[in-house]
Design a protein around this ligand. Structure first.
Ligand SMILES: O=C(O)c1ccccc1NCC(=O)[C@H](O)[C@H](O)COP(=O)(O)O
Length: 214
C-alpha cells in the first residue's frame, strides 16, 4: 500500500517544525503568501530548513505570486517542494516543475479541468479559501477525487480518519484545527492529527477504485 503523506501547514517557528518532525509528519508548510496570518519570513524559513535538514520536507506555499518571486523565495528558504494556490498558466507550472516538486491546489469547482496528477505535479484539493478550516464534502467528491491526490480543508484530529476512509488520499494537509492561535501550533492536536491519519490509513483496504496508482 502506498504510504500516506502528512503535511502540517503554517509553520512559523523552529520549535513547531521540530514538533511536527517528532510527531511523525512528513512535511511542514512554510507560507509565503503575504495575505496569510501564518506568514513566515524567508530568513526564519531558511533557518528552519537548515535545522531540520533532510528529515522533514519543507513545502513553500504561494498564492497569486509571480514565478520569479516563487523561485527566488524557494531557493533562499531552501524548501524541498512548492505549493501553488490560485490560477497560473501551464508555462508557469512547467517551469516550476523543472526545479521543485509541485503541489497544485485546486478547488472542488475547478476539478473537472484536472483529470489526475502528473509526475512532479501533485493535485491537492482544498476549500476555496485556504487556511479557513472549512471542510469539503468528501462524499460528494468520491467519484471525482483525483488518483494520487492530496486532501486539505478543515481537517483535524476528529475528522481526518473519516476523510481518509471516504477518499483514500495520498496525502493530507491541515493548519487551522492544529493551532492555539494563527501561526502557533497546539502540540496535542498536531500529534493527535498525525496519529489519527496514520491509523486510518493503515486500516484501509486498497484499491478504493480502479484508478489508484500502483
Ligand atoms: O493557511 C493560510 O493562511 C494560507 C494562506 C494563503 C495560502 C495558503 C494558506 N494555507 C495553505 C494550506 O496548505 C492549508 O493547510 C490548507 O489551506 C488547509 O487549511 P485548513 O482548512 O485551515 O486546515
Amino acid at each position: 500500500m502506498p504510504a500516506l503523506r502528512v503535511k502540517i501547514c503554517g509553520t512559523t517557528n523552529l520549535p513547531d517544525a521540530l514538533l511536527s518532525l517528532d510527531a511523525g509528519a512528513d512535511a511542514i508548510g512554510l507560507i509565503f503568501a503575504p495575505i496569510s496570518k501564518r506568514l513566515v519570513s524567508v530568513e526564519t524559513a531558511r533557518q528552519i530548513s537548515v535545522a531540520v535538514g533532510p528529515a522533514l520536507g519543507r513545502v513553500g506555499v504561494f498564492l497569486d505570486q509571480p514565478l520569479s518571486e516563487v523561485l527566488r523565495t524557494a531557493e533562499r528558504a531552501r524548501v524541498s517542494a512548492v505549493q501553488i494556490h490560485g490560477p497560473v498558466s501551464s508555462l508557469y507550472l512547467q517551469t516550476l516543475e523543472r526545479y521543485y516538486p509541485v503541489l497544485r491546489v485546486v478547488r472542488p469547482a475547478d476539478l473537472q479541468q484536472f483529470s489526475q496528477a502528473t509526475p512532479g505535479h501533485t493535485l491537492m484539493l482544498d476549500a476555496p479559501t485556504p487556511g479557513s478550516g472549512k471542510a469539503l464534502d468528501w462524499q460528494a467528491l468520491r467519484p471525482v477525487f483525483p488518483a494520487g491526490g492530496w486532501l486539505a480543508g478543515g481537517l483535524g484530529p476528529e475528522n481526518v480518519a473519516e476523510a481518509i476512509r471516504a477518499l483514500h488520499p495520498a496525502g493530507v494537509d491541515a493548519v487551522s484545527r492544529l493551532e492555539r492561535s494563527p501561526g502557533v501550533k497546539d502540540p496535542l492536536r498536531v500529534r493527535a492529527f498525525v496519529q489519527a491519519a496514520r491509523q486510518a490509513h493503515h486500516t484501509l483496504e486498497y484499491p478504493i477504485n480502479e484508478s489508484y496508482p500502483q
